[in-house]
Design a protein around this ligand. Sequence first.
Ligand SMILES: NC(=O)c1ccc[n+]([C@@H]2O[C@H](COP(=O)([O-])OP(=O)(O)OC[C@H]3O[C@@H](n4cnc5c(N)ncnc54)[C@H](OP(=O)(O)O)[C@@H]3O)[C@@H](O)[C@H]2O)c1
Length: 286
Amino acid sequence: MYLVTGATGNIGGKVLARLHAAGHKVRALTRDPSRAPLPEGVDVVAADLGDPGTLPAALDGVHKVFLMSLGHDKGTHDAHLVAAAQRAGVAHIVQLSTLGVEEVAEENDTPLGRWHRMAEQALTASGLGWTILRPNGFMTHALGWAPGIRAAAVVRSPIADLPEALVAPEDIADVAVRALTADGHEGKVYALTGPEALTTREQVDVLGEVLGRPLRFEQISLAEHHAAMAARYSPETADGVVKALRAALESGDGFRGRVFPGVPQVLGAPGRTFRDWATEHAHAFG
Ligand SMILES: NC(=O)c1ccc[n+]([C@@H]2O[C@H](COP(=O)([O-])OP(=O)(O)OC[C@H]3O[C@@H](n4cnc5c(N)ncnc54)[C@H](OP(=O)(O)O)[C@@H]3O)[C@@H](O)[C@H]2O)c1
């Protein structure tokens, strides 16, 4: 049995759907099964990574886990799951981390990097089998532009000219499933990017071409971006994400623009370009 955390979310949802479609026995972890739109036939368990008492039942009979968690709680939430997995006799955990855990210089370290480093250390010190996925920024961040595009054909972002080798969530999920179901991925760390680096302005141009209408780019301040983040996430998480962005903008943060070989190495084929992703998701921009 595979346990998928974040099963109602972006990456976990795709991992769950792929494992289920391939005929594997799979259990979805969610805090509220009554609200969770999950595929027919998957086992569903109510559990909270912040509440260790809920985890033994979620891990009963589980041999492999896809582990993701969010924001400033990531270190403690992943450590809770890892400790419960040790007691439950789990063999292997594939953990979603982030690029920048190792690649940043010490003086540019951010809370975001520290939360992920804590989470990785809880897993690698556990004695369990592990695989760590370190993706760059997700292409799905462009879905946040959809309301502005629909209303006024405008994209507002605090990042304009920083090259980023963004990665498609579909490719991350494919890598996660391969790492869970095939041999040879234990003890590996995969840095996952797309095959090219584009600035935000370039992404907006590509998206406009795919949608067949010109889009305007407008740079906003980090303060405006922080306000938008704070409306969606905890204050600590919003602060941490904005600090990481500020560090990237101030230092020119080379690692975000670097193409890493993790996706082709695991999948045997190049990952999606931003144009591929935008074409597949054009319907989301109305
Ligand atoms: N976004 C990026 O560009 C980027 C870049 C690099 C790395 N990452 C990594 O990817 C992660 C985000 O992945 P994603 O986009 O798949 O996230 P997402 O879609 O925002 O994930 C939401 C999921 O988190 C679950 N969740 C939230 N709090 C929980 C809790 N206390 N206990 C159990 N489950 C909980 C939710 O489950 P329920 O609501 O059903 O309980 C939901 O399934 C980040 O945290 C970071 O580690 C992101």
